[in-house]
Ligand binder design. Structure first.
Ligand SMILES: [Zn+2]
Length: 140
């Protein structure tokens, strides 16, 4: 509770019940990528009477305040995750929609080299791999 209160104040948001509860859900699920509906269902499971419209509004406020990051991966709803300030890339399981995080120093280095070869430095990047479990792979 205290952690969430501090975090809301730090980013200049008034401490309200929906904001507290939604931030708690992200804190409990650290490293998880949740849709607005996932958040809504988790609130329901905790007998919280917070509507989906409120969830969307709070998520938009959190995104604007830099608490969470929104991803628009292909073929699914937007997912949100806590901004832990650590760069990582994503893999999306196209069968289940599961989001897997990864970091590859080799890929990071290659990207810097490629940009440099073109006379650029990387400002930002996001890499998304759309994957299928190996044993479910489609035969060519
Ligand atoms: Zn992530």
């Amino acid at each position: 509770m205290e952690q969430e209160t501090k975090e809301l104040r730090r980013v200049g948001l008034k401490v309200t019940h929906p904001r507290m509860r939604i931030l708690q859900i992200f804190d409990e699920e650290e490293g998880n990528h949740l849709t607005a509906e996932d958040v809504y269902k988790k609130l329901l499971a905790h007998q919280e009477d917070i509507g989906l419209a409120t969830v969307y509004r709070v998520l938009t406020q959190f995104e604007a305040a830099g608490i969470i990051i929104k991803h628009n991966f292909e073929g699914g709803q937007a997912v949100y995750e806590l901004d832990r300030g650590r760069h990582h890339d994503h893999m999306i399981d196209v069968d289940s929609g599961k989001v897997i995080e990864f970091v590859s120093e080799e890929i990071e280095r290659l990207q810097r080299e490629i940009a440099a070869r073109h006379g650029y430095v990387i400002e930002d990047h996001s890499l998304v791999l759309y994957v299928r479990p190996k044993n479910h792979a489609r035969k060519a």
